[in-house]
Design a protein around this ligand. Structure first.
Ligand code: ATP
Length: 441
């Protein structure tokens, strides 16, 4: 009995497609670069992740939520530095016209695509924001951008939230939403996409308190990844060296996960100083100061600690981490299992009558209706019981319940545990309670 980890991203991509987690966007048209669609199981998984983040971040006294619009006043992106600075340096191969990130290519080597030598253009900066037009007239005044991060929707609402919710420092504002970046090299499945979701929180503090607040959030965020099921040995801290800090930060650290493609950033925790609020005060002409009633009505612009995690990247880490092949190479017993935590698994319980017979289905349907009142469940009658178990293993369903002919006599069902594959006989009247005790949701 051995459990092997995921080694190739392709295996995960194909399971996700086959089992209804994630599809290529616009697949029937050949796909659309850097965009993916979440299928019926993917959307459940994503909701579970978002709920777990929302709960961890906002079920506390000092954090509230917002849901800001994706399109914002274009000056927001001037103030934030994105119009002038959110770019990657690029070169084109003069021969095949392929475009590369200057920092990812050896300029004195031949083109990796066509092999031509010494053919690269001068390096140019390429802005990663998607531009669009708002309103019926196309002119420079109608330019808008799809937000490249959700954070700015929080900064511009700082005073609205603070005053309407009567918040005193320190307090945070959390948000989950789409962000868009015209990435030059999207890839590695949903690791780097052009449209993705961020879960961000800005924690507003008194200047000088950033070290303490940063430590508090570092601990909280690390623990969240563990609580969702990621293995500790697959996580590590990656502090940004002082000379690599973003223009707005005085300290920053990433939480990285060891994907099959290597270590990659999953979440950033940044000490952003008063950069953003100060910039918005300057560009909007609106005072962004906070009046500190606890400290003699002193006025100042708060400092900010930000936590920023990609929902899709965290999902990729969860899927990579949960994917196991048991007894690889043994055709009789080999199985692929997604060992997701019950809180994250898209389907919690599968109900399967042993055969498609009315007397079994009547009982199974009734139990299914009871289970569904509490948990996302699936009713499955297609194929042999072994095949049905394999499918549920592959989608990470923690418990399968079978109704067989004995059930009609003893009023009990068989409950199978996904990870140990042990089976237990449970009385029908105790089934929901049994699931509740074991799922612990
Ligand atoms: P990277 O260095 O990978 O481009 P970044 O440092 O630009 O990321 P941030 O701007 O700090 O990333 O964004 C916060 C989080 O948003 C990242 O940790 C990541 O989880 C997620 N994220 C950023 N860009 C993408 C993308 N193109 N696709 C999916 N998730 C992304």
């Amino acid at each position: 009995m051995g459990l092997a980890d995921l080694t190739s991203m392709n295996d995960l991509v194909s399971l996700c497609k086959q089992r209804g987690f994630i599809f290529q966007s616009s697949e029937i048209y050949g796909g659309f670069g850097g965009c993916w669609d979440f299928g019926p199981l993917g959307v459940e998984l994503k909701l579970n992740v978002k709920n777990s983040w929302w709960k961890a971040m906002t079920f506390r006294e000092d954090v509230v939520g917002v849901d800001a619009s994706i399109l914002m006043h274009p000056t927001v992106w001037k103030a934030s530095g994105h119009v002038d600075g959110f770019s990657d340096p690029l070169v084109d191969c003069k021969s095949c016209k392929e475009r590369f990130r200057t920092d990812q290519i050896n300029l004195s080597a031949p083109c990796p695509k066509c092999g031509a030598k010494g053919q690269f253009t001068e390096s140019r900066d390429f802005n990663l924001m998607f531009k669009t037009q708002v309103g019926p007239v196309e002119n420079t005044a109608s330019i808008a951008y799809l937000r490249p991060e959700t954070a700015q929707g929080i900064f511009v609402n700082f005073l609205n939230v603070q005053s309407s919710m009567r918040k005193k420092l320190p307090f945070g504002i959390a948000q989950i939403g789409k962000a868009f970046r015209n990435e030059i090299t999207p890839g590695n499945f949903i690791f780097r996409t052009r449209e993705f979701e961020q879960m961000e929180m800005q924690y507003f503090i008194k200047p000088g308190e950033q070290k303490e607040a940063m430590e508090m959030w570092k601990t909280a965020r690390w623990n969240w990844h563990l609580e969702n099921g990621l293995r500790g040995e697959k996580l590590r801290w990656a502090p940004h060296p002082p000379d690599k800090l973003a223009h707005y930060a005085d300290a920053a650290v990433d939480i990285e996960y060891e994907f099959p493609i290597g270590w990659g950033e999953m979440e950033g925790i940044h000490s952003r100083t008063d950069f953003d609020l100060k910039a918005h005060q300057q560009f909007s002409g609106k005072n962004q100061q906070y009046v500190d009633q606890v400290d003699g009505n002193k006025k100042y612009i708060p400092y900010v600690i930000e936590t920023s995690v990609g929902c899709d990247r965290h999902i990729l880490a969860l899927l990579c981490d949960a994917y196991r092949v048991e007894n690889a190479g043994n055709p009789e017993t080999e199985r692929t299992v997604l060992m997701l935590r019950p809180s994250i698994a898209p389907i919690k319980v599968a109900m399967m009558p042993l055969m498609k017979k009315a007397e079994l289905e009547d009982v199974a349907q009734k139990l299914f209706q009871d289970i569904q009142k509490k948990y996302r469940a699936e009713y499955d009658t297609a194929g042999s019981i072994g095949k049905r178990y394999r499918r549920q293993d592959e989608i990470g369903t923690p418990y399968c319940v079978t109704v067989d002919y004995d059930s009609l006599k003893d009023q009990a069902v068989t409950v199978r545990d996904r990870d140990s594959m042990t089976q237990e006989r449970v009385g029908m009247d105790k089934l929901v309670q049994y699931l509740q005790d074991h799922l612990k949701l």
